[in-house]
Design a protein around this ligand. Sequence first.
Ligand code: DGL
Length: 257
Amino acid sequence: MTIGLYDSGLGGLSVLQAVRALLPDHDLLYLADTAYCPYGPRPIEQVRERARACAGWLVNQGASLVVVACNTATSAAIETLRAELPLPVVGMEPGLKPAITATRTRRIAVLATGGTLTGNRFHHLVERFADGVEVQTVACPALVEQVEAGDLDSPRTRAILADYLAPLPAAQVDVVVLGCTHFPFLTPLIAEMLGPGVTIVDTGPAVARQVARLAATHCVQPGVGGLRLATTGDPNHMARIVPQLVGVKAGVEQAVC
Ligand code: DGL
């Protein structure tokens, strides 16, 4: 029995890492939809079509539980996938609730893709949980590219980040939510730039706990702790970047979907 995860690219590997830490004996299958990366600027209908294709591919390959390890895809397609697939589907959303609990200045920021920040799900999340806290949104499309290239700490990545983060200190933001699964790979840099007074919220570990709960209730049994990686893009490129992101060397298959 396999747990299938997918993202537009390599970002969802941050979620895979959290799942692996909790369920080391489960077999995992990860699909990077690199041929269509980034999802952020794409029309919602296309991201939904890709969700059908990617989740369908995971199910055909034997997944018994699907994790949409992408905030943008969750925003566009989680209801569709849950309605159409006969198995549990776990999604991602920016960790607004923990951020609202943690803030003392009552000012937080959410870093995500344009697709996530303009989606209805995010608006409902703010309406439901903001409780008067000021929520500043920062669309950070260029960071997705940097992570896809494995460029986690270079003068260019630093310059891009510095630009996105520049308004936050003056706005007295004391909690920053990573609302895109690519961004946890930049946590050390973000933390360094924002300084120790700012809390960074990543929902990967909470999503992993939800995956563990659903795996237990739906009898998704442990296997041998196997890991299969696949991409709709260039397997050689992905195989080069993966060790840098998750510290594991693994072969990458070509997925057609
Ligand atoms: N990793 C994705 C997310 O969590 C999206 C990045 C992109 O493809 O634009 O939103």
